[in-house]
Design a protein. Sequence first.
Length: 185
Amino acid sequence: MPESEMAPRQGWWGRNWKWVVPTGCLGLLLSCGCLGALVFGFTYQALRGTGVFVEALTQAKQSPEVRQTLGEPIESGMMLQGSIQSQNDQGSANFSVPLKGPKADGTLLVEAYKNGDEWKFTTLQVEVPGRPTIDLLGGEPAPPPDTVPFPDSLPDVEPLPEDEEPGDSPPEEQEPEGDEKDIEL
């Protein structure tokens, strides 16, 4: 036998690496993409099932002004942007959702808080390019949480003199305890 025919034969890797490497990389990328799509899908479905999302979308779809502007049927888009946080009886939400109708496309803007079982909206608007913003709250947003609502008019109260603090009157002017004073507000 001639010497050139006795060369050692290459192993499996040496013969097949040209198709194994691209296939392996492509398989790894597809696996990561599928995992990412699954995480996105589960997260999206979980957010779409929250009470604040369902209630906001229902109010937008039931609004005659939104139905007239966008047309019917109104569909929500896939890209929910923002956040919804809820723990026990407390929560907050700040997100936007694209809306699509046969006549136009718009964006539903939502800001809300949860105190107890009910979500209260502070912002619920639909923006359509080239048109005025549609306010679904009728111009009266709910007050933010942990605030005390004040009446429209407060009684007139005479301010204290600048050099005197409450309870700083001289001892001879203090009245004995138990006496009542008439104070007009």
